[in-house]
Design a protein around this ligand. Structure first.
Ligand SMILES: [Mg+2]
Length: 365
């Protein structure tokens, strides 16, 4: 089992990383292997420390706005995270997507590499860019679970349409179902599977998706497992912010002591859950901003740390040498370069003078 508290020597990283990468159809070059090793080492070091903030965010319609073709809010979040949080905080993506669909989304959208990826509605937990699975979580999910029995019983219900093969996972069986049929079918299924000796959780989400998981699974349980593991190793993050928009995110908001943001575009099913279960919890807000902009809004609202993205800074020539931070300067340089290429920089001489001073600091850092 991968533990957070122990700093793994680099030789161990090599064996973990190489075994994962060598299974890949495209054999890595030594450069890509060393980059992966460095990335995994950085992730493991962050996991072994006490995070200032852990953000646990859903992807579709929460971190990712599919209506924002320029990805402006996501890019604002990315710049904020890389400049202010990457070195001392943890980014966790928690998605209903399977690994296949998650990797497709990564190709479509400029997503950061998270420290932890929770996929398939909380049934798969992996670490770092190499996506090393958490074997301890797999052991827990195997309890009172039998995929074959779930298949047998669901085949008898004609209202259920099996989702694609990539969405069928070891601990998740997924269907589509019409909205008006969902409630009744969930009751029937629950009874039948219980009679067959299983202990399952049935989640209806997005007005069409029906997922059957082991009772111990789900986005909330996966987060609870991680927090328990952090606590046992003395690394509980100072603050945790959960972010979501739909029914399968509701569990995230049930975890004690976490802050939560339902983005402005949250679906009715999540808002109704909130009214029924958590409307008096001051740690949960319904943002007025969509998707990643709502996450930034929540960071500011709860005072969890800096909430001004470098992308919202119009004058990039400011230089605060007394608070010199290489990560912030690198992000700022990238943004300057982007604006410079679009001929949007008016006072480039001043910026270059500041850049020169910054480079001296970077070299001596
Ligand atoms: Mg979503």
């Amino acid at each position: 089992m991968l533990r957070f508290g122990t700093v793994i020597p680099i030789s161990s990283y090599s064996s973990i990383t190489c075994s994962c990468i060598n299974n890949h159809p495209h054999h890595p070059t030594s450069l890509s292997t060393s980059v992966s090793e460095a990335s995994l080492k950085a992730t493991m070091n962050r996991l072994a420390g006490v995070a200032r903030l852990m953000i646990v965010s859903d992807l579709d319609h929460t971190m990712v706005d599919h209506h924002d073709l320029d990805n402006l809010a996501l890019l604002r979040f990315n710049a904020l995270w890389e400049s202010n949080y990457r070195n001392n905080s943890l980014l966790v993506f928690s998605t209903g997507r399977s690994p296949t669909l998650y990797k497709e989304l990564r190709k479509e959208k400029p997503l950061l590499v998270p420290d932890i990826t929770i996929m398939s509605v909380g049934t798969e937990i992996t670490y770092g860019n190499s996506m090393i699975p958490d074997d301890g979580w797999i052991e827990i999910l195997n309890q009172k679970w039998n995929r074959n029995v779930v298949s047998e019983e669901t085949k008898k219900i004609s209202e259920l349409t099996l989702q694609s093969e990539t969405e069928q996972r070891p601990h998740k069986v997924s269907f589509y179902i019409q909205k008006d049929k969902a409630e009744d079918i969930m009751k029937v299924l629950s009874t039948r599977l219980e009679e067959r000796g299983l202990d399952v959780k049935i989640i209806y989400s997005g007005g069409m998706d029906l997922d059957i998981l082991p009772q111990g699974a789900g986005k909330g349980q996966a987060l609870a497992y991680l927090l328990k593991k952090f606590k046992a190793e003395g690394n509980l993050p100072h603050s945790t912010l959960v972010c979501g928009d739909s029914g399968n995110d509701a569990e995230l908001f049930s975890i004690p002591d976490v802050h939560g943001v339902m983005v402005s575009n949250a679906q009715e099913e999540l808002l109704q859950w909130h009214v029924a279960n958590a409307k008096d919890n001051p740690k949960i807000i319904h943002a007025t901003e969509r998707c990643a902009a709502g996450i930034i809004q929540a960071i500011g609202y709860f005072n969890l740390g800096p909430s001004k993205s470098p992308r919202d800074v119009t004058d990039l020539s400011d230089s605060k040498m007394e608070k010199f931070d290489p990560a912030y300067e690198v992000v700022k340089f990238y943004l300057f370069y982007e604006r410079w290429r679009r001929a949007e920089v008016e006072n480039s001489e001043l910026y270059f003078a500041n850049l020169k001073a910054v480079c001296v600091c970077l070299i001596s850092f």
